[in-house]
Design a protein around this ligand. Structure first.
Ligand code: HAS
Ligand code: CU
Length: 568
């Protein structure tokens, strides 16, 4: 924490800092609102509070999912990536800068309009918004606008990278930039599927055209996007692990090439896997489910490579500092430094999160856990902890760096407490959710005892896990989130300017710099990814179109409002 004072810090270009900070403001505001919606829906689900008239469980759950899973993550990732690209590959040209700002404003328009419909109760369709649940048509238009804004921002990043490549012919790009390109290509290729279902299926249907929607096709397109989406969240966390953490712990990365290989594997293998979210759906032949499950298991490889890389990095750094024995390196890690502690706890959570993912992907076991709270537990420790704690760890140094402020020892301590609170809250909440899921408690249902059915009552009274302990965990997480948001505003606006916090970026790797040049042959990776997409999806999708089930009529927001009034 003293580096800011001791070293002369080379700051990220001022204009690029402003661009990154604009994204961060939206991210942390959404984090706050999304967390308020989250804690309220959790308490109401447990029967601990009654929601005031005019607000319903699904409205809160939609706000929670959309604001945290889609809005907070995306804006944070864009902000982090703009800053990191500027730091490692030079400041953005004025043209790329303009493009990035245009992308930002379009994203903000999409976000604001979509949020308005959620607040008005006209989009209670949850963050997956699959038909036949139907929102106000303009909610989907807003989503489409949001996607276009994302593409424009991604284009600015890609142009920045390729311009650098042109100016530095024959040179290998910095690891950060390489990883940004892999992520953004994955993001563009996956959001194309989302755009297709929104523009060609959902919007016309929501405006009343045609006779119903092909739900199977729409969900398939959604999950074609939805699985890579989880890697779009994860990859920036890995970027921090590979490029930032080695520097924070005072060592070097184990192997730059291995890190790049992991990212290429994500780009190649992430797409034809969506069926592992649809294993319980009729209408998809089991052969194609088998193909996609098999491919899912191959996508575990880049995460296992990452686990190996991180262990090797920690051990080599520890041994350099004189650690002895098999695990002596553990003691050499800077546990009291929030820039390390938060991502590190994220990594530890990813061990059970990844194991849970493998359970989910196994067809037979999926039958036990699908649509239960187990899945909610899984994604709260993957995206909600591995990714989020890493992002928090990054925020503690990135925000003061971008605003020319200091990360003081006091603020570091605050960060450590906030991180530990998150950890405790999440252990309580996610363990409870996993166990409740195994006990049959469904996800996405408000408070009910199913007419005092004994199984349902058990979900409220079981000693080890019940809805009440889950919401107590949720309240602790909420406190931690409020601390983080307060920390963000402090670091952005009020922290002292006694030297700028460093942007810790690792240079070189223990395994040298012999990086294969063909890694940057993006054309090959894109073509291979498309070949795999066609292999996994072409035949089943043709089948879905040719043998389309009868179109589904909408369960729309007007009907939802009436039925809720009626049920009351
Ligand atoms: Fe998942 C459902 C399968 C990873 C997020 N997942 C979800 C949903 C979300 C989500 C949001 O197959 C719910 C969607 C919805 O609303 O319906 N998931 C997987 C598999 C993986 C996986 C196989 N998921 C993620 C990640 C996510 C995420 C990452 C967000 C960021 N998931 C599924 C399936 C479903 C699913 C099914 C559908 C369930 C259903 O029925 O609905 C794999 O990618 C996991 C591989 C990971 C590992 C772990 C490696 C460990 C590492 C840490 C090392 C630690 C160190 C620290 C170095 C194998 C890298 C050590 C230090 C010391 C000091 C000891
Ligand atoms: Cu998935």
């Amino acid at each position: 924490m003293k580096e800011g004072i001791l070293e002369k810090v080379v700051r990220v270009d001022q204009n690029d800092s402003k661009l990154a900070m604009a994204h961060m403001y939206v991210a942390f505001l959404s984090l706050l609102i999304g967390a308020i919606a989250g804690v309220l829906q959790g308490l109401s689900r447990a029967g601990l509070i009654t929601l005031p008239a005019g607000i319903n469980y699904y409205q809160l759950l939609t706000a929670h999912g959309v604001l945290l899973a889609l809005v907070f993550t995306t804006y944070f990732i864009y902000g982090f990536y703009y800053a990191g690209l500027s730091k490692t590959m030079g400041s953005f040209s004025s043209q790329n800068h303009k493009l990035a700002w245009i992308g930002f404003y379009i994203m903000v328009i999409g976000t604001a309009v979509a949020a308005a419909f959620i607040i008005l109760g006209q989009a209670n369709v949850l963050y997956t918004f699959y038909p036949p649940l139907q929102a106000n048509p303009f909610f989907y238009v807003a989503l489409a606008v949001y996607v276009v804004g994302n593409w424009i921002g991604a284009t600015a990043m890609l142009r920045h990278y390729f311009e650098w490549k042109k100016e530095n012919k024959g040179e290998i790009s910095p690891l950060f930039g390489f990883m940004v390109v892999a992520t953004m290509l994955l993001w563009i290729i996956s959001t194309i599927g989302l755009a297709i279902t929104i523009i060609f299926q959902i919007i016309p249907w929501a405006f009343g055209a045609g006779d119903g929607i092909n739900i199977l096709l729409s969900r398939t397109l959604f999950w074609y996007f939805g699985h890579p989406l989880v890697y779009f969240w994860l990859m920036p966390a890995y970027v921090a692990w590979y490029t930032i953490i080695p520097k924070v712990i005072g060592g070097k990365l184990f192997s730059d090439s291995l890190a790049r290989l992991a990212f290429i594997l994500f780009l190649l293998l992430s797409f034809p896997l969506g069926f592992h979210h649809q294993l319980m759906e009729p209408g998809i032949e089991s052969f194609w489910k088998f193909v996609q499950v098999a491919l899912t298991f191959t996508t575990v490889t880049p995460s296992l490579l990452t686990a190996f890389s991180m262990f090797a990095t920690f051990e080599l750094a520890g041994r350099e500092k004189g650690s002895r024995g098999l695990f002596g390196w553990v003691r050499k890690l800077p546990w009291g430094d929030v820039r390390f502690l938060a991502p590190m706890l994220g990594m530890l959570f990813f061990i059970p999160a990844g194991a849970g993912g493998i359970v989910n992907a196994s067809h037979q076991m999926n039958a036990v856990v699908h649509n239960t709270l187990w899945v909610v537990g899984h994604f709260h420790i993957s995206v909600g902890t591995t990714v989020v704690l890493t992002f928090f760890g990054v925020a503690y140094w990135l925000i003061p760096h971008l605003t020319g402020r200091t990360l003081t020892a006091k603020m570091n301590k605050f960060g450590v407490i906030q991180t530990l609170l998150w950890t405790v809250g999440m252990i309580l909440m996610s363990a409870g959710m996993h166990i409740l899921g195994l006990m049959g408690a469904p996800r996405r249902t408000g408070y009910t005892t199913y007419g005092d059915h004994p199984t349902a009552l058990e979900w409220f009274t079981n000693f080890f896990a019940n809805h009440v302990t889950v919401s107590v965990g949720g309240v602790i997480l909420f406190i931690s989130t409020v601390m983080m948001v307060a920390g963000f505003f402090h670091l952005a606006l009020f922290a002292p300017r006694q030297g700028t916090a460093t942007f810790p970026i690792s240079d070189g790797s223990y395994n040298g710099t012999n990086i294969p040049a063909f890694f940057e042959n993006w054309r090959i990776w894109i073509i291979l990814a498309i070949v795999l997409i066609l292999a996994g999806y072409l035949i089943p999708v043709i089948d879905m179109v040719r043998n389309a089930p009868p179109g589904a009529p909408p369960i729309n927001w007007v009907i939802q409002q009436f039925s809720m009034l009626y049920l009351k």
